[in-house]
Design a binder for this molecule. Structure first.
Ligand SMILES: NC(=O)c1ccc[n+]([C@@H]2O[C@H](COP(=O)([O-])OP(=O)(O)OC[C@H]3O[C@@H](n4cnc5c(N)ncnc54)[C@H](OP(=O)(O)O)[C@@H]3O)[C@@H](O)[C@H]2O)c1
Length: 313
């Protein structure tokens, strides 16, 4: 990628998009938002607008990172038609425009393209989504493979951050602990969560290396949700006596519209080899998150770059 070429972030207001644009800087990015205004962002509702209405100089853009969509499996299942219009129809139109402009799409797919019966999925494993959200991701993956010669598909594991208020894996639990809220935690759901800063670095490196293809972006080990909570509690215990009620339960005990896949862990080896990337270790990252929050005080970290959103999936 040449320095003067820009990266279009479709869904610049998303959790991942805000971290990515913060890292790349305003000079190198064009960010869209829909309902959540972001600094220097362009309003773009993909349900009602054509990308050509808002992007005036496509020749200056090398890659477009497609992050926008309904990213909550529950709302996707609650109104399949509505989520399909956004997650499939509108993204196909975006891809068509990008192809016309010779801009390479980088599509954020998900671990939920798998049915969760195997775990440790590699890129060559067959997809078999059991969630509406996962089926929609698969439809775009296939569309890219059929109609777009050059593209990148990044299947993201569950993304977590390090800021109180970002409502991701560890920080959400720290917030629960601080506010004495009961934590219900599944022992039978496994995944390989990925640090948001890794997601940002990988997207940038994939654009710089001008890669193509499917990549799994996940931690190098699979963990059950209970194991992840135990890792967190071990570190939090060094700072405070934990007094919250912890209820270990099955994922089936949660009142969800669709049954969740049980083990969606993925193996990131292909990515590691392709761009010589070192994925952050979960245990040491968790330790750093806890020490940063507890040694620097809660107040300092609230409302920092990664802002509070609705409770995350
Ligand atoms: N976060 C994860 O753990 C995770 C895991 C696997 C895959 N992914 C994938 O990674 C991508 C980013 O995830 P995220 O969690 O960062 O997303 P997110 O925070 O849920 O943000 C969703 C984005 O979609 C935009 N959007 C919603 N409706 C729109 C519309 N009608 N027109 C245009 N934009 C619209 C939102 O804009 P406004 O906020 O401005 O309305 C926002 O920028 C998604 O594709 C997601 O499926 C995420």
């Amino acid at each position: 990628m040449q320095n003067e070429e820009k990266i279009l972030i479709l869904g610049g207001s998303s959790y991942v998009g805000r971290s990515l644009s913060a890292e790349l800087g305003y000079a190198r990015t064009i960010c869209t938002y829909n309902s959540t205004n972001v600094k220097n962002g362009i309003f773009f509702n993909s349900l009602t607008m054509d990308l050509a209405d808002v992007v005036s100089n496509p020749e200056g853009i090398s890659h477009a990172v497609i992050l926008l969509g309904d990213t909550n499996p529950e709302t996707c299942a609650a109104d399949v038609q509505k989520s399909y219009a956004l997650n499939v129809d509108s993204i196909k139109l975006i891809i068509k425009r990008l192809s016309e402009w010779h801009i390479k799409p980088i599509f954020a797919s998900s671990e939920f393209v798998f049915d969760g019966t195997k775990g440790n999925y590699v890129e060559t494993d067959p997809v078999n989504p059991i969630l509406t959200y996962g089926r929609q991701k698969v439809e775009i993956e296939k569309h890219l493979q059929d109609y777009c010669e050059n593209h990148v598909i990044i299947r993201l594991a569950k993304v977590f951050g390090d800021r109180l208020g970002d409502d991701t894996l560890f920080t959400k639990w720290i917030d629960d602990i601080a506010n004495n809220r009961t934590i219900r935690c599944a022992y039978d759901q496994s995944f390989s969560p990925i640090y948001v800063r890794d997601v940002v670095r990988v997207v940038i490196q994939l654009t710089e290396a001008n890669c193509d293809g499917i990549f799994h972006l996940a931690s190098t080990h699979a963990y059950s949700r209970v194991e992840l909570l135990e890792i967190l509690l071990k570190h939090v215990n060094k700072y405070v006596d934990i007094d919250v009620e912890i209820v270990r339960c099955s994922i089936l005990d949660f009142d969800l519209l669709e049954k969740r896949p049980l083990n969606v862990s993925m193996v990131p080896d292909k990515l590691i080899q392709t761009i010589d990337f070192q994925v952050s270790d979960i245990e040491s990252t968790c330790k750093d998150i806890v020490s940063d929050i507890f040694e620097n005080g809660f107040d300092r970290l609230i409302d920092k770059p990664i802002e509070t959103q609705n409770e995350r999936k």
